[in-house]
Design a protein around this ligand. Structure first.
Ligand code: ATP
Ligand code: MG
Length: 567
């Protein structure tokens, strides 16, 4: 079966055409090139899924390569986290296959000398501020610096001195000699090397000059024989520069030599989310979240800790597709992707978040029975388990109401409801403390309804969950909500700082939730649905056998949709 052209995204169409005409010898090679200056976010996930997915689909290769050209912001911690995240998201093992731009520094340096000798690059003595002041306007060219007219030999000597550490930071740069009047400012003699007297996580103290991103990036792709260099739209106007650099280097300019081609797509933006590494770092540094892996963060490690699965994130990326038009995706799409996935895989369990005791007055004192409960109605092979039942249970406080309206189908005096998997019970009243708070709800049960089925055809409209008080395990449960209250918290038109839109209710900690005893053995790998409440996972950082901690991954339904409709 062949796919129709229209069902292919624009990149697939390009690739299929390239394959048809035999470009790149029928080879497809993509890459994901993160700079290790922060943790990966959901926007990066889009890029990873896209590049990895294309390589898979077309029997190509995919490279994880660090664009580690700027030691001032880069750290080994970020390198390690990025590898972990890419492995988790793709399910692939990159051991021994990770590339680093730093490993190409010597080769890049030699090519820079090649450009100098061809009169295509020169050493400039302007500071970055001067350069900025001299850059001109669309119809006024840049003011040249002296080095532009030096001989290649002079410039080569100066460049070697730069490398040897003869100059201080900011004193000299190497610049490409292109076009001072170009309407594309990226072509106005861009900087290729700057002096940074700083050790690098891979090359140590070997270098005190480091290549600029624009010089290095296209070379990295060419060295690795990437065929389709896929990046976000903001790099569109850098493409002529990448091509210009390759044109100057014999190895790539010669006819028939291998050349990568860059394609740009629209980056992912999500509502109620900020997605720039700089801002995410700021949240971490200011302790506005507990770390990069705070489950409210839009980072891959944050989603992982929150209980998201790689399958859900991949399904989301597939659903949103890829295009060249910038847009913002409703975060509900991501939340629904995880709901869909967890609905299929989560084990159903009972847990009471805000407990109040329910006493069954006619149930024998001291008796316990084991009732059968289904683990996952979506997957029969998950089987059943036994849940202990006894005279005193916990139920949710809001499953009882003393003076309830007619349509309240939970416990209220005189009303009969089903206890999930257990019995029909009829509420008889409650006990209150001096302040008027309900401390105990009372009921009677019908022994003939064991398993939650009546034998006389009698029906009830409400089913509530419960946990046997003496068997319950106590756990901390963390309920998360969106980190921001505003749909576009970092709107450039809005003078208010995005941090002022942080949601003060984005985390609610419930210290003493009561859970069914099987959850004492809950594992980090497993996913759970607390019936009627939401999807939960064990917190991978803070949970222990002494103190269980669960994170709410998602509520069962989108509660914001209701609120927004009302408002
Ligand atoms: P940010 O702009 O969020 O600070 P970045 O673009 O500086 O991130 P890089 O490490 O350079 O981060 O990104 C690696 C790759 O991920 C690049 O190819 C980039 O185009 C892509 N990428 C970054 N952000 C997004 C996004 N929001 N949507 C899709 N792809 C993205
Ligand atoms: Mg960027």
């Amino acid at each position: 079966m062949t796919e129709s052209k229209s069902s292919l995204n624009f990149l697939e169409q390009i690739i299929e055409e390239d394959l048809r005409i035999g470009k790149h010898d029928g080879r497809i090679a993509t890459r994901f090139p993160p700079e290790p200056n922060g943790y990966l976010h959901i926007g990066h996930a889009k890029s990873i899924c896209l590049n990895y997915g294309l390589a898979q689909k077309y029997n190509g290769t995919f490279t994880l390569r660090f664009d580690d050209t700027n030691p001032s912001k880069e750290e080994i911690e970020y390198v390690e986290s990025i590898i972990e995240d890419v492995q988790w998201l793709t399910g692939d093992d990159f051991t021994g296959r990770v590339q680093f731009a730093a490993d190409y520094f010597e080769q890049m340096y030699l090519w820079a000398e090649e450009l100098i000798l061809k009169g295509k690059a020169y050493v400039c003595d302007q500071t970055l501020e001067e350069m900025r002041a001299h850059r001109g306007t669309p119809d006024k060219p840049m003011i040249p610096s002296a080095g532009r007219d030096f001989s290649p030999e002079q410039n080569l000597e100066l460049f070697r001195q730069m490398r040897a550490g003869k100059f201080d930071e900011g004193e000299r740069t190497l610049r490409a000699k292109i076009d001072l009047a170009s309407p594309n400012f990226n072509m106005r003699d861009p900087v290729m090397y700057r002096i940074l007297k700083m050790p690098h996580h891979r090359t140590g103290d070997k270098w005190c000059i480091y290549p600029m991103y624009d010089w290095a990036h296209g070379l990295e792709d060419a060295i690795e024989k990437i065929t389709h260099s896929i990046c976000t739209l903001e790099f569109e106007h850098h493409r002529p520069l990448y091509d210009w650099f390759l044109d100057q280097i014999d190895e790539f300019s010669e006819s028939g030599a291998y050349r990568p081609r860059q394609y740009e797509f629209a980056r992912l933006n999500l509502t109620y989310t900020v997605m720039s590494k700089r801002k995410l770092l700021e949240l971490v540094k200011n302790a506005l979240v507990s770390g990069w892996n705070d489950p409210r963060m839009p980072t891959i490690c944050g989603y992982r800790r929150r209980g998201y699965t790689p399958e859900a994130i991949r399904a989301f990326c597939k659903e949103i597709g890829v295009a060249r038009m910038n847009s913002t995706i409703d975060v509900v799409k991501l939340e629904n992707a995880i709901r869909d996935d967890l609905n299929k895989r989560a084990l159903r369990r009972m847990g009471v978040l805000r407990p109040v005791k329910l006493v069954i007055d006619n149930y024998p004192d001291g008796q316990t029975e084991q009732l059968e409960a289904v683990n996952n109605p979506e997957n029969e092979s998950d089987g059943t388990r036994l849940v202990p039942f006894s005279k005193v249970l916990y139920i949710e406080q809001d499953d009882f109401m003393e003076d309830a309206p007619k349509k309240y189908f939970r416990l209220t005096p005189g009303r009969e409801v089903r206890l999930r998997y257990a019995y029909y019970v009829t509420c008889t009243g409650c006990v209150k403390d001096a302040a008027g708070n309900v401390t105990e709800v009372h009921c009677t049960y019908d022994p003939a309804t064991r398993g939650g089925q009546s034998t006389d055809g009698r029906r009830v409209q409400g089913t509530i969950h419960w946990v046997s008080a003496e068997h319950a395990v106590t756990a901390e449960v963390r309920l998360y909500d969106r980190l921001f209250t505003k749909e576009n918290p970092d709107d450039p038109q809005d003078p208010t700082d995005y941090k002022d839109y942080l949601n003060p209710d984005s985390l609610e900690v419930i210290a003493d939730a009561k859970l069914e005893p099987s959850l004492a053995d809950a594992t980090i790998a497993e996913r759970y649905q607390f019936e009627r409440i939401g999807y939960f996972c064990v917190d991978s950082v803070d949970s222990s056998s002494e103190k269980l901690v669960f994170n709410r991954t998602a509520s069962l339904r989108d509660s914001w949709a209701k609120i927004e409709k009302k408002g």
